[in-house]
Design a protein around this ligand. Structure first.
Ligand code: FES
Length: 366
């Protein structure tokens, strides 16, 4: 295993470990290239899921590097991170995987040499352990996809008609992946609005900004110093973003630039399709992984309606009849009889029809 080069993911707090990594760079300190850094506003934001997911997706080792104890800018983020690392260590042990593949470190922004030392220490440790039993050649990344479209310029111009100085804030999450709210789109919108307002003879000052995620209080806190410097803020996130911003900064006006549409994924370059209705009680195991709730125009759960023809839905020739796909799949597997059972009426109380929903993970609450 001499040629084994571990893939290690380091979740680093921007105030300490990430700054220490920068310092190590400017001090020309070398450390192994095996370590790939993910910057966080505070290690308190790292989730058990992120650590497990890194292992699942092929990392041989993972570590979290936060501020020194009692020096976390968010008070206890690094303590919470340590608890999560301990939880993941236990989970790995239960799975028969060496818990030493995951570690927690504390350091300050002035500890560039220590950052390099940790990277070497972790690389040596993982080399010693050998490849993860679930290693893949490259560490995968996946994204959750909330799909949206940008509102028309006319609509946005109308929202900001009384403003002369605005901020446009994008989001690096789903809307960046579906090309409506990332840096490029923020720049395009800013430029378009400036042209429109110049043409009207009412020039506008626009500043641009991109947040890691607008659905997370730690990230939107980054606007606290500047948010009141503007007449209004345009959010280029899904519908969650402007609401989180609005709640965090009640004295400021926020306008949405995106029409949020659905949960989906890319089916071709530049094409995204709906795959999930977020109903709160997934049933796709009954339909071989296909969802009639989100993909049948009538959300039928017991077979197609009379409008299905040649595999297409009656509402449009562009819409595949999901029931045609479900039936064909069952036939191919010789399991058509599965469909003889009548699916009971769906309990919609777990969907939005039951009122605004909340999800609580006790192990992550304080
Ligand atoms: Fe650095 Fe919390 S701010 S760990």
């Amino acid at each position: 295993m001499d040629t084994f080069e571990p893939q290690i993911v380091a979740f680093c707090c921007k105030y300490c470990a990430y700054a220490a990594a920068d310092l190590a760079g400017s001090m020309r300190l070398s450390y192994p290239p095996n370590v790939k850094i993910v910057q966080l506003p505070c290690t308190g934001r790292v989730d058990i899921f992120h650590l497990l997911k890194a292992i699942e997706d092929g990392a041989d080792g993972v570590y979290v590097a936060g501020c020194l104890e009692w020096e976390c800018h968010f008070l206890k983020g690094n303590f919470r991170a340590r608890k999560k690392v301990e939880y993941v260590k236990k989970t790995l042990a239960e799975l028969g995987i060496e818990p030493e593949r995951v570690e927690m470190y504390n350091l300050s922004s002035a500890m560039g040499p220590r950052f390099a030392e940790i990277a070497r220490e972790m690389t040596d440790r993982i080399k010693e352990l050998g490849p993860s039993p679930v290693r893949t050649e490259t560490v995968q990344t996946r994204c959750y996809m909330i799909i949206g479209d940008r509102k028309s310029l006319a609509e946005i111009l109308d929202m900001i008609k009384d403003s002369r100085n605005i901020l446009i804030s994008g989001c690096k999450g789903c809307v960046t992946v579906c090309n409506v709210g990332g840096l490029k789109e923020v720049q395009v919108l800013a430029s378009s609005l400036k042209i429109a307002r110049k043409k009207e003879g009412k020039p506008i000052t626009i500043e641009e900004n991109l947040l890691e995620r607008q659905c997370d209080p730690e990230y939107i806190a980054e606007l606290s110093e500047i948010v009141h410097n503007y007449d209004a803020v345009i959010s280029m996130a899904c519908g969650v973003g402007p609401q989180f911003l609005s709640e965090a900064y009640p004295k400021q006006k926020f306008f949405p630039a995106i029409d949020t549409k659905f949960f989906g994924g890319a089916t071709a370059h530049g094409v995204w399709e709906e795959r999930c209705a977020g109903c709160g009680s997934c049933v796709i195991h009954q339909y071989d992984g296909l969802c009639p709730i989100s993909r049948c125009s009538k959300s039928l759960m017991n077979g197609p309606c009379g409008g299905s023809a040649s595999g297409l839905c009656e509402i449009s020739k562009d819409v595949v009849c999901i029931w045609d796909m479900i039936v064909k799949k069952k036939m191919e597997q010789g399991r058509l009889d599965d469909l003889l059972a009548v699916a009971p009426a769906k309990d919609w109380s777990t969907s939005r029809d039951g009122g605004p929903r909340k999800s609580i993970r006790e192990e992550l609450t304080q």
